[in-house]
Design a protein around this ligand. Structure first.
Ligand code: LHQ
Length: 260
C-alpha cells in the first residue's frame, strides 16, 4: 500500500511529502500517524538540520478528510486533541527550521498546518482557504491564534468568517507567508532554502524559534530577559566561535549545528 507520507533524506535535511494526491492530501488518522512519526524522527536525528514539508500532486492539503470522518460528531474534539494539536505543537517546538512549500490549495487544517511552519513559500497557483465556516466549524490547528498575528484582526476575522480563498500573491503581500514564487520555481527554491538552512547554526536557530514562541505571550521586559538567557546559551556554542572566527578570517563559516 502507498504510504500517506513520504520521507526523503537529502543530506542534512529531509523532505516530508503529504501523499494522498487523489484526495488532495486530506488528513486521515493514518496520515497523521505517519506525519507525527516523520516529525519525531526529524527531531531525534541530529544529522537532520532542516525539514521541508510539501504535498504530492496538485494540492498541498485539503484539511481533514471529510469522508473518513463520517457524520458522527462525537470524535471531532478528540481528533484535535489527539492528532492536530500535537502536530502543530511538534512543528513549532522542533528545534530546527521547517520550510513549507505550498504547492497548491491549502484548506482548513491544511492551511493552518502550513502556517505553523517557520518559512512558508507558495506557488502562484496555491490558495489558502479557512474553509471551516463553510461546514459549520471554527478554524482549528492554531488558526485563530496565528491568523491575527500574521495579518491583523480585520483580515483574520474576514478570512475566518467568509472562508474566502487568499491567493499566494495576496498572502505574500499581507505577510501571511514569506514568498509567492512561480509554479516551476517552488520546488527548487524551497529545496535551496532547506539545504541552506541545514548548513546554518542549527542550535541557535532552535533558540530563535523558542524566542519567537515566547514573544507572543511575553511583555517586552520578559522578552528582553529571555533574549539575554538565550544569547548566553547561544554564545557558548562552537558555532558562535566558528561564526566569529570565520568573519575575522573573511571565510565562509563551517557550522556543526551542535550545542556543545
Ligand atoms: C476531499 C477533501 C476533503 C475528503 C477534497 N476530504 N476529500 C479537524 C478535526 C475534525 C473534523 C473536521 O475538521 C478538522 C479540520 C478541517 O480541516 S475542517 C476543513 C476540511 N476541509 C474542507 O472543508 C475543504 C474541502 N474541500 C474543498 O473545499 C475543495 O476540495 C478544495 C477547495 C480544497 C479544492 O477544490 P477543487 O480544486 O475544486 O477540488 P475538488 O473539490 O474537485 O476535490 C478533488 C477531490 O478531492 C474530490 O474527490 P473526487 O473523488 O470527487 O475526485 C474531493 O472530494 C476530494 N477532496 N477535499 N477535505
Amino acid at each position: 500500500m502507498t504510504s500517506p507520507v513520504l520521507v526523503e533524506e537529502r543530506g542534512g535535511w529531509r523532505r516530508i511529502t503529504l501523499n494522498r494526491p487523489d484526495k488532495l492530501n486530506a488528513f486521515t488518522a493514518e496520515l497523521h500517524r505517519a506525519l507525527a512519526g516523520a516529525f519525531a524522527d526529524a527531531a531525534a536525528d541530529e544529522s537532520c538540520r532542516a525539514v521541508l514539508l510539501t504535498g504530492a500532486g496538485r494540492a498541498f492539503c485539503a484539511g481533514q478528510d471529510l469522508e473518513a470522518i463520517g457524520d458522527d460528531p462525537s470524535g471531532v474534539g478528540d481528533l484535535l486533541d489527539e492528532l492536530y494539536n500535537p502536530l502543530v505543537r511538534s512543528i513549532r517546538a522542533l528545534p530546527k527550521p521547517v520550510v513549507c512549500a505550498v504547492n497548491g490549495v491549502a484548506a482548513g487544517a491544511g492551511a493552518n498546518v502550513a502556517l505553523a511552519c517557520d518559512i512558508v513559500l507558495a506557488s502562484r497557483k496555491a490558495k489558502f482557504i479557512q474553509a471551516f465556516c463553510k461546514i459549520g466549524l471554527v478554524p482549528d490547528s492554531g488558526g485563530t491564534w496565528i491568523l491575527p498575528r500574521l495579518v491583523g484582526d480585520a483580515r483574520a476575522r474576514a478570512l475566518a468568517l467568509t472562508g474566502d480563498p487568499v491567493s499566494a500573491e495576496q498572502a505574500e503581500s499581507w505577510g501571511l507567508i514569506w514568498r509567492a514564487v512561480d509554479d516551476e520555481a517552488l520546488a527548487p527554491e524551497a529545496e535551496r532554502l532547506a539545504a541552506h538552512l541545514a548548513t546554518q547554526p542549527t542550535y541557535a536557530l532552535g533558540l530563535i524559534k523558542q524566542a519567537f514562541a515566547a514573544s507572543a505571550a511575553n511583555t517586552l521586559d520578559a522578552q528582553l530577559d529571555l533574549e539575554s538567557e538565550l544569547q548566553r546559551d547561544a554564545s557558548t556554542t562552537p558555532d558562535y566561535r566558528e561564526g566569529v572566527a570565520a568573519f575575522a578570517a573573511k571565510r565562509p563559516p563551517a557550522f556543526t549545528g551542535r550545542a556543545r
